[in-house]
Design a protein around this ligand. Structure first.
Ligand SMILES: Nc1nc2c(ncn2[C@@H]2O[C@H](COP(=O)(O)OP(=O)(O)O)[C@@H](O)[C@H]2O)c(=O)[nH]1
Ligand SMILES: Nc1ncnc2c1ncn2[C@@H]1O[C@H](COP(=O)(O)OP(=O)(O)O)[C@@H](O)[C@H]1O
Length: 194
């Protein structure tokens, strides 16, 4: 789904980290805490075709785009990766801001799904790939139910995908278990060398 553009490893090692993990493992929660506690880390803002939820700000949580606008980004090779997630909306990482942040010497973090992580692996093989795992399958289900944002039918669909995603953990360079949020953030920051 991405172009064939490859990015060379920058001198001094990689500054790009990709965080993935199954639905409801706590990716959003961990990244939110990281943003608050470590503002020096640059976090990518994804483009998406899903509608904004109440309280979400365009350009802050996501770039909310129409299908045509998203198509335009694909056609102009402006996305580092993109994927249809949970069968509905498309999500993608704008390439320019990532390159800009890295050229400024900042640590850059992408929170994207497994399909996106695999694409970044193709174009940016030296990036650091981190899988956020739940303490157990039962706890993952508890978090998904506890969040209360999906219908039972949607939850079942997501758990099906989550089973496949859990099986892909070994593709990643590092696995962090999200037992306690603060500890998971510290583990992640440790990998970034901060
Ligand atoms: N490939 C890809 N996946 C993304 C991107 N941004 C977010 N995602 C994934 O899309 C999913 C969004 O999930 P959802 O629960 O519907 O909404 P959220 O509240 O926006 O996270 C999560 O699995 C994210 O990891 C992106 O830029 N690229
Ligand atoms: N370490 C944790 N311990 C307990 N509950 C957590 C933890 N991390 C996240 N949660 C809860 O789990 C649910 C899913 O977290 P969320 O960040 O929305 O997941 P994701 O972004 O991976 O889909 C939320 O209700 C969140 O408050």
């Amino acid at each position: 789904m991405t172009s064939g553009t490859r990015h060379p490893s920058p001198p001094g090692g990689t500054h790009l980290t990709v965080l993935s993990g199954p639905t409801a493992v706590g990716k959003g929660t961990v990244v939110e805490r990281l943003r608050a506690d470590y503002p020096q880390i640059w976090v990518s803002i994804s483009a998406t075709t899903r509608p904004a939820r109440p309280g979400e700000v365009n350009g802050e949580h996501y770039l909310f785009l129409t299908e045509a606008e998203f198509d335009q980004l694909i056609e102009t090779d402006a996305l580092l990766e993109w994927a249809s997630v949970h069968g509905s909306a498309r999500y993608g990482t704008p390439r320019g801001p990532v390159l800009q942040a890295i050229s400024e010497g900042r640590e850059a973090l992408l929170e994207i799904d497994l399909q996106g992580a695999r694409q970044v692996r193709q174009s940016w093989p030296d990036a650091r790939f981190v899988f956020l795992a739940p303490p157990s399958w039962e706890e993952l289900v508890r978090r998904l139910v506890g969040r209360g944002t999906e219908s039972a039918e949607e939850r079942a669909r997501r758990l099906e995908t989550a089973r496949e995603e859990m099986a892909a953990a070994s593709e990643f360079d590092h696995v962090i278990v999200n037992g306690e949020v603060g500890q998971a953030v510290e583990d992640l920051v440790g990998l970034l060398g901060l």
